[in-house]
Ligand binder design. Structure first.
Ligand code: B12
Length: 438
C-alpha cells in the first residue's frame, strides 16, 4: 500500500498533465507501473484460466516482462489452440470458444505479432467469420432479433477481424451499424456504454480500412460520431462514462477517435478513473485490464499497428504484500437480508437475514446462506472473465436461449454495479435477486 501523500502527489501530477491532453504520459509514473505489475502478477495464477484481456493489457503497455508474456501466450494457446500447442499439458476447451472469447484470442495473437500465415491461424479466422455469420442470422433480416451472444461480443468479433486486416462481410457490418442507429445497445432501458464503446472501436477500425464501398464508409463515419455523442452524453457529474466500469473502454474509444484535446470531458473522465483506482485499490480484473492501455494513451485499435520490436523489457513481478496475520480475527458481525424473487410469483423463493463478518463479499453471504441447516439457499455460479456470474438460484436458471438472468439489486431497486464476488454489503442491507429479462 502506498502512503496517501504519494498517491496525492501522483494524482495531482497526472491531473495537471492531463488538463490539455486526454492522455497520461506513461513510463515513469509509479502508479501506472503498479497497475502494470499487478496485472503481471495475475498471470502467475495457474489455478485460473488465462484471460486474453490481461494479455492485451500487458502487450499494450510500454513496459514489459517479455518472458512472462511469452509464457502467458503459451497458456492461452493451450486453451484456444490445443492442437497447435506443443505443451503436453494442453488444456482443451470443452466446447468451441464463442464469438467473444475467440475474438479476444485473435486480438491476443495480433498483439503478439503472431504469424497468421499458418493453417491453424487461418482456421481460427474462418471460425470467427462463421460465428459472426451465425450471430447476424440470429438477429434476422429486419434487425429485430438479438445476436446469439450479445452486441458487445459481436462488436469484439468485428474489431478482431478488422485489426487483422481481414475483409468482413458487409452484411455483418451493416447489422451492427443498424443496431447502433436503432439504439439497441441497451440493457434494462439504459445505454450500455461498454457496448457503444466496443462497437465504436470496431467502427473506428473499419473507418481506417480502404476496402469498403463509399456508402458503407459514410455510414461508418456517421456512426462513429453518434457513438461519440452518446458516450459523452452518458458522462456523470463525477466524470464517469456510464459507470466507472465502462469508463476505461469509453476513454479508449475517445482516444482512438482523436477526442478533441480542448474538450473537458476526457480529462474529467480520466480524473474519475484515477480517483477510482486510488480508492478501490485495484479490485476488478476486467476494469484493470481495460484501463492499463488508457494510462498509456492507447486503445485496442493500436493492436492493429503493433510491431513488437525494441520493447522495454524490465518489468518485475511484484512480491505479495505482507498480510497482517491475525488482524482479521474478531471482526464485527453484520446482518444482511437476502430475498430471491421469481416474478410473476409474488411469494419470494427465499428470504432470510444472515449474520456475517463485516467486510464479507456478497458471495460470502450466499455461501453462509447455503450452509444453513434449515432451508439452505441453493445457488450456482459460472466463472467468467468478470468473475463468478450467478447463474441459478433455488434451482431456477434460464433455459437454453432464454434471455433471462439473475439480476442483483439493493433495496428498493438500485441495480448493483458489481458482481457477487466484488460487492461488499453493509449492515442491515437487503439484497434482492430477481429473475429478470435482459
Ligand atoms: C452482456 C452483459 C451482461 C449480460 C450477459 C448475458 C449474455 N449472455 O450476454 C447480462 C444481462 C446477463 C449481464 C448481467 C449482469 N451484469 Co453485465 N455485462 C455485459 C457486458 C455488456 C458484456 C459481457 C461480455 O459479453 N463480455 C465479453 C466476453 C467474451 O467475456 P466473458 O467473461 O465470457 O463474458 C461473460 C461475463 O461478462 C458475464 N457477465 C456479464 N455481466 C457480468 C457481471 C458480472 C459481475 C460477472 C461476474 C459476469 C458477468 O456474461 C458474459 C457472457 O457469458 C459487460 C460489459 C463488459 N465490459 O464486459 C457488462 C458487465 C460485465 N456487467 C456488469 C454488471 C454489473 C452486471 C450485473 C451484476 C448487473 C446486476 N446488478 O444484476 C449482472 C450479473 C448478475 C449475476 N447474475 O451475477 C458490469 C460489471 C462491473 C463489475 N464491477 O464487474 C459490466 C462491466 C457493465 C458495467 N459497465 O457496469 N451482463
Amino acid at each position: 500500500m502506498k502512503p496517501r501523500w504519494l498517491w496525492l502527489v501522483l494524482l495531482l501530477h497526472i491531473l495537471f498533465s492531463s488538463v490539455q491532453l486526454c492522455e497520461i504520459p506513461g513510463g515513469n509514473l509509479h502508479h501506472i507501473n503498479t497497475l502494470n505489475a499487478d496485472l503481471l502478477k495475475l498471470t502467475q495464477d495457474d489455478s485460473t484460466e488465462p484471460n486474453p484481456s490481461i494479455y492485451l493489457a500487458l502487450r499494450l503497455s510500454d513496459d514489459h516482462n517479455l518472458e512472462t508474456e511469452r509464457y502467458y501466450l503459451e497458456r492461452l494457446k493451450n486453451v484456444y489452440q490445443p492442437n497447435a500447442s506443443s505443451s503436453l499439458v494442453a488444456a482443451t476447451y470443452q466446447e468451441q470458444p464463442g464469438t467473444g472469447h475467440l475474438a479476444l484470442y485473435l486480438l491476443a495473437l495480433r498483439v503478439a505479432c503472431y504469424n497468421m500465415e499458418t493453417v491453424e491461424a487461418n482456421r481460427l479466422v474462418t471460425q470467427l467469420k462463421l460465428h459472426l455469420h451465425k450471430e447476424k442470422e440470429k438477429i434476422g433480416p429486419e434487425g429485430h432479433g438479438w445476436p446469439i451472444t450479445n452486441y458487445y461480443q459481436y462488436s469484439l468479433g468485428v474489431l478482431a477481424m478488422c485489426v487483422h486486416g481481414k475483409m468482413i462481410d458487409q452484411h455483418v457490418i451493416r447489422k451492427l451499424l443498424h443496431a447502433e442507429e436503432d439504439g439497441r445497445f441497451r440493457g434494462k432501458n439504459k445505454l450500455s456504454v461498454d457496448t457503444e464503446a466496443m462497437a465504436g472501436l470496431a467502427f473506428a477500425c473499419l473507418q481506417q480500412a480502404t476496402i469498403y464501398t463509399p456508402d458503407l464508409m459514410a455510414k461508418l463515419n456517421r456512426s462513429v460520431e453518434k457513438v461519440k455523442k452518446k458516450i459523452l452524453q452518458a458522462q456523470t457529474p463525477e466524470g464517469a462514462f456510464g459507470n466507472i466500469y465502462s469508463s476505461p473502454l469509453a476513454v479508449q474509444f475517445l482516444l482512438a477517435t482523436g477526442m478533441s484535446q480542448k474538450k473537458p470531458e476526457c480529462p474529467k473522465g480520466m480524473a474519475a478513473l484515477l480517483q477510482h483506482l486510488e480508492h478501490q485499490d485495484f479490485q476488478n480484473i476486467l476494469f484493470k485490464s481495460q484501463l492499463l492501455p488508457v494510462l498509456y494513451g492507447k486503445s485496442y485499435l493500436d493492436i492493429a499497428s503493433m510491431e513488437c520490436h525494441t520493447e522495454r523489457n524490465g518489468l518485475v513481478i511484484s512480491t505479495p504484500s505482507p498480510t497482517l496475520a491475525g488482524t482479521t480475527r474478531r471482526r464485527k458481525r453484520i446482518a444482511v437480508q437476502l430475498i430471491v424473487k421469481h416474478p410473476p410469483h409474488s411469494l419470494p423463493l427465499y428470504r432470510r437475514v444472515l449474520s456475517v463478518p463485516q467486510g464479507s463479499s456478497l458471495l460470502d453471504v450466499l455461501k453462509e446462506a447455503a450452509k444453513q441447516a434449515l432451508s439452505p439457499l441453493l445457488f450456482e455460479t459460472q466463472d467468467t472473465f468478470s468473475g463468478p456470474l450467478l447463474t441459478a438460484m433455488m434451482g431456477v436458471k434460464p433455459q437454453e436461449g432464454e434471455r433471462k438472468y439473475w439480476e442483483i439489486l439493493r433495496t428498493p431497486s438500485t441495480i448493483l454495479e458489481q458482481g457477487i464476488a466484488d460487492y461488499i454489503p453493509q449492515d442491515k442491507e437487503t439484497i434482492i435477486f430477481k429473475f429478470s429479462p435482459w
